[in-house]
Design a protein around this ligand. Structure first.
Ligand SMILES: CC(C)(COP(=O)(O)OP(=O)(O)OC[C@H]1O[C@@H](n2cnc3c(N)ncnc32)[C@H](O)[C@@H]1OP(=O)(O)O)[C@@H](O)C(=O)NCCC(=O)NCCS
Length: 233
């Protein structure tokens, strides 16, 4: 586990971002993250750009989410401890900034999962594609992955998410997940998100027209689709 380090006091596993963001780490979930998740996911500067989380985002949503992500993270760490060279996800996803007094501030989330083709309007077709992708064995090079992310608005525009996505892909997904394909979606007009992925080697494929009830119950009419393929392929 060269990429991951463990906190000397708490044992919590983390991945540190490179300079100039050395004060930022990506860690496993904590129960104490609940209130920060509720705060961020009810902020229009965040929720209006996300297709998956419920809205309004209630404390019980955060509790369930933290429980599920902690279970998944624990499973992945256990697989690694048992010596598995390739695992089915990334055990760290919560971005935190270490403050001058040694405490840390939750900045957001960068999470990896198997792709679910959110941009496909036809539910049956979408479910079929997601099911086939989920059925692939761990480490299969044809698995299509996706990355979801959001950041506390006070920290937007400082290059943090570009660095976090880069670290997760290059230092985790490639060496420890055998990732070859990643597909992401951004709601039409989310230029910041498109740029984060482009800066990490993604190609903007198309703007897919959709017809959805979107976050905060607005309408979503278009989704940018981006794709990353392992360099050299
Ligand atoms: C999208 C988001 C994660 C970007 O994170 P960030 O740390 O602010 O992004 P970075 O600072 O790494 O910026 C990356 C690039 O995007 C550009 N950018 C960032 N926000 C932008 C905005 N609102 N409009 C235009 N460009 C923007 C930056 O200028 C930079 O490009 P450059 O290097 O060519 O100048 C963040 O704005 C966010 O959390 N938004 C709300 C939730 C969201 O949209 N999540 C993604 C869902 S697909």
């Amino acid at each position: 586990m060269n990429t991951l380090q463990a906190n000397a006091t708490t044992g919590e596993v983390f991945l540190r971002l490179p300079a100039p963001h050395e004060n930022i780490i990506i860690t496993t979930p904590r129960e104490s993250d609940r209130d920060d998740l509720v705060l961020m996911l009810n902020d229009p500067r965040i929720y209006k750009f996300l297709l998956s989380p419920p809205f309004p985002y209630q404390p019980h949503h955060a509790e369930e989410w933290l429980r599920t992500t902690k279970e998944k993270s624990d499973e992945l760490l256990e697989d690694l401890r048992k010596g598995k060279a390739v695992v089915d996800g990334c055990p760290v996803q919560y971005i935190r900034e270490t403050q001058a007094d040694g405490t840390d501030l939750l900045l957001g989330d960068v999470s990896v999962r198997r792709n679910g083709w959110l941009e496909v309007d036809d539910e049956e077709q979408r479910a079929k594609m997601a099911k086939e992708n989920l059925a692939k064995p761990v480490g299969d090079h044809s698995i299509v992955w996706t990355i979801g992310d959001y950041l506390r608005p006070s920290h937007h525009g400082k290059g943090i998410m570009s660095a976090a996505v880069g670290a997760v892909i290059n230092r985790w997904m490639v060496p420890y997940m055998n990732a070859h394909n990643i597909r992401t979606e951004a709601i039409e007009g989310n230029i910041g998100s498109v740029r984060v992925f482009e800066k990490n080697g993604f190609r903007l494929l198309e703007l897919v027209k959709v017809d959805r009830i979107g976050p905060g119950f607005g309408r979503v009419e278009g989704v940018h689709v981006l794709e990353w393929q392992r360099p050299g392929e």
